[in-house]
Design a protein around this ligand. Sequence first.
Ligand code: SAM
Length: 341
Amino acid sequence: MKPLSIYIHIPFCKHKCAYCDFVSFDNRTDKTSGYVDALCAEIKDAGIKTAETIFIGGGTPSLLTNTQMSKIFTYLPKASEITVEANPNSVTAAKLRHWFSLGINRISIGVQSFNDEVLKTLGRTHTAEQALKSIKLACECGFRNINIDLIHSVTTKPVQIPSEVFKYITHVSAYCLIIEQGKPFKPIPESASLDQQKQIELILAINGFEKYEVSNFARKGFQCRHNLAYWQPQTHEYIGFGLAAHSFINGKRISNTENLDAYLSLRAERNNLPRTPGDLSAETIMLGLRTTRGVEVEYFKNKSAEIKFLKELKLVTECDGRIAATSKGFYVLNLIIEKLT
Ligand SMILES: C[S@@+](CC[C@H](N)C(=O)[O-])C[C@H]1O[C@@H](n2cnc3c(N)ncnc32)[C@H](O)[C@@H]1O
C-alpha cells in the first residue's frame, strides 16, 4: 500500500483577498457549522484507518471554532505530520493551544509580506507586526514546525524578512504573485521579479534554509512531507475532503464539486478524471522536476537527445540515477518541462 495523505478544505474567509482565486467565500460564514457536518460525514464514509500526513487548508481554517475543529478530528486517523493553515488575524493563544492538544504539529501562517504597503496592495487586513506576533504566539503555544507563506513580485520594492522571524520558523513557501484573469494587479517587469526571487533565495540560504522545490524552502529535517507526497504521484496517494478538494488514488484523479450548496446537500458526486499511463508519466516529470530531488532517469527513455542538450547547457544534472534541474535550470523550469514531456 502506498503512503496516504489527507487534505481537508475549509472554504471560508473573513475577507477574500484581491489576488485569491482559490475556492473560498467571505459571505457564507453562516454555513460553517453545516459545512463541518458535511465534511465529517464525507470523512466518516471514507473509513480511513491510517495516514502519513494531514493538511487542513483553505480558505481560512483558523476561522473554525475549537468545537468544530475537535469534531473534525474525531473522524481523522492519527498522522505524523498534521498542518493547519492560519491567518495572522484569526489565531489566538486559546486556538493554538487547542490545536496542539489535538495533535496538530505544524502551523502554516499566511504572512505574505513583511512590508505594510505591500500588504495593503494585496488587500490583507493585518500588518507585518501582527504577522510577527502570530508567529511568536505559535511558538509560545508549543509549535516547533512553523511555515510562513510569502508572496513576492507584488510591487518592485525589495523583499524584507526581519531577522527575528528566523528564530521561530522552519519552513517558507515563497510564491510569485499569480495574477488570474480579472484580478486588479499589474505584473511587475520580469527582471524585477527574478531579482526578488533571487533575493529571497539568498536571504533564506543565509539563514539556513535549503530550497527543495521551486517555491519551498526548509531547515534540515523540516521539508513538508505533505507537499512531497503531492509531488511524487508514482509513490504516494492523497485523498481530499471538502469543497473542490482533489484526490489521487489508484492512479485516478478525482475532484469534489465546487458548488457549496451541492456539497452541503451531502449528495454531491465526485467527478472522476480518468488518467492514462502517459498522463501519469507526464505528471510525474512535471511535478518531480519542481523538486531538487528530480525524477528517476527511466522516465526520460525517449528523451535522451533533449537530456543531452539540457546537460550541455548546464540546465539539468544527473545524480544517483535521477535527473534534476540545476539552480540555473530552475529559472527556466517551464521550458525544461515543456521539452521533457
Ligand atoms: C489557499 S491560500 C490560504 C491563505 C490563508 N487564508 C491566509 O489568509 O493566510 C494559501 C497560500 O497560497 C498563496 N496564494 C494564494 N493566491 C495566490 C496568488 N494569486 N499568487 C501567489 N500566491 C498565492 C498565498 O501565499 C497563501 O497563503
